[in-house]
Design a binder for this molecule. Structure first.
Ligand SMILES: Cc1ncc(COP(=O)(O)O)c(C=O)c1O
Length: 404
């Protein structure tokens, strides 16, 4: 019997091989240019003591959460949603999770998204449009930037956490007559590469003064700040102000996906018009089980957030005035080293000593602010942080010797 190997070679095969190869070579030249600038991104496996993941509460291997998932799967829970939410992918568990997260956030409604990236792009493109004006902090996440880019609204950026600049832009906008659309202010409550927090109350006041709607990304604050980890808006007593808040579940919750909290009317608008919600397969129902289990844990284990924050504060205290840690006030502590090679040098030294710490370079952060992003989590203890501190001291000493 003739086998596949004996089949005549498709003469078009060589055409396609050559065509793909030529394209691969073009792409590779682009990556070589990045490598020459020291900017090539590479996938690396986790290795060493975790000072870099967003598993701030250490929930990735929580026994109760594992048990809840195991029980649900053993009871026959479907492994996949089987479709988008508007088709067959909407299950009672999705609705239960949405009700639970809305109640957790004291919000009228919540809607699940497949990722925080989708949520930001989807919310911004659905709620803002032609005639509207967006005012976004300079350091908002790429997903907010992509949402703005896809929106037909006019975009303004204000200097990071600079209330005067925001007010100036809002005042200039208001001075323009005959504007019919809405104003939207876009911020994160806790900035992911800097670990500093937004002046939420003051921004809420400005939003009221200039009739603007606030959209707040709580990706890195959810689970860590506020009562039961409700976020910084709740901690600041302004949870009722934002039109929409976004919470990712892949960070402190150590799960996957995201949810937004909003009014029922906003939720209905998203269900009806948001392409990132409509045209995608729903999260598997076990993600909803995962979220429900996390909510259970958050009610009883608030000491986890406290621990991560205390460890970060102890590192900051040890190096205050000796390392540039920006305005960090959270579990995220940047060590801003300036040049890319300096950040890579520190990262390599720390990795060699068993710490999983990564250099973050432009374009992820502004030029000249290459850094290490330290993320403290509840699985670490004081001895780990002391050891990290000693390693920093040694590198700083090595640097001063070679400089001198
Ligand atoms: C501030 C912020 N918003 C949104 C996202 C996107 O969330 P997700 O990872 O769920 O897509 C991230 C993730 O890096 C983030 O840091």
């Amino acid at each position: 019997m003739a086998t596949f190997k004996d089949a005549p070679l498709d003469p078009r095969l060589t055409y396609w091989q050559a065509r793909h190869q030529a394209f691969d070579e073009t792409l590779a030249r682009g990556e070589q240019r990045l490598a020459a600038k020291g900017r090539l991104r590479e996938l690396r496996l986790p290795d060493g003591l975790d000072f870099s993941s967003n598993d701030y509460l250490g929930l990735a291997d929580h026994p109760l959460i594992r048990q809840r998932l195991r029980d649900a799967l053993d009871a026959g829970l479907a492994l996949g949603a089987g479709g988008s939410r508007l088709l067959r992918g909407n299950t009672p568990l999705h609705e239960q999770a949405e009700q639970a997260v809305a109640a957790y956030k004291n919000a009228p409604a919540a809607l699940m998204f497949n990722s925080g990236y989708d949520a930001n792009v989807g919310v911004i493109t659905t709620l803002t449009g032609a005639g509207d004006r967006i005012f976004a902090d300079d350091l908002v996440h790429a997903s907010m930037i992509d949402g703005m880019r896809q929106s037909k609204a006019v975009r303004h950026r204000f200097r990071h956490n600079d209330l005067d600049h925001l007010q100036q832009l809002l005042a200039e906008d208001r001075a323009l007559k005959a504007q019919s659309g809405r104003r939207f202010i876009l911020i994160e409550s806790l900035y992911s590469m800097d670990g500093d927090v937004a002046p939420l109350s003051a921004i809420a006041d400005l939003a009221a003064q200039y009739d603007a709607d606030l959209i707040v990304d709580e990706a890195h604050a959810t689970g860590v700040f506020g009562p039961d980890g409700q976020g910084l808006a709740a901690a600041a007593g302004v949870a009722h102000v934002p039109l929409v808040t976004l919470h990712t579940c892949g960070k402190a919750w150590s799960s996957f996906g995201a949810f937004v909290t909003c009014s029922e009317a906003v939720k209905q608008r998203l269900i009806n018009r948001c392409r990132n919600f409509i045209f995608t397969t729903a999260l598997p129902p076990w993600v909803a089980v995962h979220w429900l289990a996390v909510l259970e844990v958050l009610q009883h284990e608030s000491d986890r957030a406290e621990k991560a924050l205390t460890l970060a504060a102890s590192f900051r205290a040890r190096f205050a005035g000796r390392l540039d840690m920006g305005e960090s006030q959270s579990q995220i502590v940047p060590v801003i080293l300036g040049s890319d090679p300096r950040a890579c040098f520190y990262a390599a030294r720390l990795q060699a000593q068993g710490f999983d710490i990564r250099a973050v370079r432009p374009p992820t952060v502004p030029r000249g602010t290459a850094r290490l992003r330290l993320a403290f989590n509840a699985k670490l203890d004081a001895a780990d942080v002391a050891r990290l501190g000693d390693a920093f001291e040694a590198i700083m000493q090595e640097e001063s010797v070679s400089d001198g």
